[in-house]
Ligand binder design. Structure first.
Ligand SMILES: C[S@@+](CC[C@H](N)C(=O)[O-])C[C@H]1O[C@@H](n2cnc3c(N)ncnc32)[C@H](O)[C@@H]1O
Length: 260
């Protein structure tokens, strides 16, 4: 599916922030960041945040998790502009930079960051081998890749229900299986690869979102987008819950280590 404009424009950013919290274009807030990092200490570290979106997480990586320097990159300007405003409001201009980039190689030198973080963004990067190699390249020896992403449970043809969901979502997703991710990370040279299936969390969260979209807040959501667009979002959430319930849609957290 090709798009004329941004997938995440200002109105959709505002809609997702209303659902998931200011600065967040994915669910789970600070708790999911903490779970993704799972003990990786960011204090004094340089961190790359791939797909920073509206910058809520990028700011927290510095403010709450103590990173000395965070580089948030994203391919869309509306997200970057929102993120820059958020960084300035948090008084973190000296420690957090937001860069609009082109899809492709990461715009950083070899061995230049301690941790690469990403939340629910690399689903947009279809070539997982290329992604794993690039993340490995920019990490310093001993560094960590800690990410959350939207995965499909298997490598074969998506089920008809999954195809219906992906068509409804219409966000140019390139979902991979846990096996595919593990292979790509190992082939790039990563060790200590751990994957954690977040399907149970998403089954609960997406039901909460759907109840809000159909509940008393509906009029406010309608005003942010349009009644037709909220109907479309509701259809998307319903088709997503079907494939979350079968387990085919299985967002995962994962961590991988670049040997020191
Ligand atoms: C669902 S949002 C998540 C944003 C943020 N990480 C969060 O959790 O709030 C996905 C983001 O990935 C960005 N994105 C898409 N393709 C990308 C690429 N090749 N490199 C970096 N970011 C990309 C989108 O523009 C969007 O801002």
């Amino acid at each position: 599916m090709s798009h004329e404009g941004d997938l995440y424009d200002d109105r959709h950013i505002a809609f997702l922030e209303r659902l998931w919290g200011e600065g967040y274009l994915s669910p789970g807030g600070v708790d999911e960041i903490r779970r993704t990092l799972s003990g990786i200490d960011l204090a004094g570290k340089t961190v790359l945040d791939i797909g920073c979106g509206a910058g809520g997480i990028t700011v927290e990586l510095a403010r709450t998790f103590g990173a000395a320097h965070v580089i948030g990159i994203d391919v869309e300007e509306p997200g970057c502009a929102t993120a820059r405003r958020r960084v300035a409001k948090a008084g973190l201009d000296g420690r957090v930079e937001i860069r609009k980039v082109e899809p492709g190689p990461l715009p950083l030198p070899d061995a230049s960051v301690d941790v690469v973080f990403s939340k629910d963004s690399i689903v947009h990067i279809h070539d997982k081998d290329f992604l794993a190699r690039e993340v490995f390249r920019v990490l310093k020896p001993g560094g960590w890749f800690a990410a959350s992403d939207w995965l499909i449970s298997h490598d074969g043809e998506p089920s008809p229900e999954m195809k219906t969901y992906l068509a409804a979502e219409d966000l140019d997703f390139g979902m991979a299986s846990p096996r595919r991710y593990r292979e790509a990370l190992a082939a790039a040279g990563f060790t200590d690869i751990v994957l954690d299936n977040r399907n149970p969390f998403f089954r609960v969260e997406m039901r909460k979102d759907l109840a809000r979209l159909e509940g008393p807040e509906r009029a406010e959501f309608d005003a942010m987008l349009s009644p037709a667009e909220i109907d479309r979002q509701i259809r998307t959430w319903k088709t997503m819950i079907v494939v979350l319930d079968t387990g085919e849609h299985c967002p995962h957290l994962f961590r991988a280590h670049k040997p020191g």
